[in-house]
Design a protein around this ligand. Structure first.
Ligand SMILES: [Zn+2]
Length: 88
């Protein structure tokens, strides 16, 4: 009997792929759902076998946000942004 070991640091793998010039996401083997942001467990079914796939680099941006930490004195140096897009 084999035991599946979940990938414990999927964000590290994601950023390693980015450094190599690849935009990747996870796909759950159990339910075939797309998982993004990188996670240890599928949020759709609880499956722990998540495989990496490379995005084709196309999609639709649905939203973009820029966040400022409340304690930031110099807001221009402390902002970060996120975006949400469809998979593909
Ligand atoms: Zn799943």
């Amino acid at each position: 009997m084999s035991v599946l070991e979940p990938e414990l640091r999927p964000a590290t793998t994601f950023w390693e792929n980015v450094a190599a010039g690849q935009l990747t996401f996870q796909r759950c083997v159990q339910c075939n759902g797309v998982v993004f942001y990188p996670r240890v467990v599928c949020p759709l079914c609880g499956g722990v076998e998540l495989r990496w796939e490379q995005s084709i680099g196309a999609g639709t941006i649905y939203s973009v946000s820029v966040r400022f930490p409340a304690e930031a004195r110099n807001r221009s140096s402390c902002a970060w942004s996120t975006s949400t897009k469809g998979s593909g």
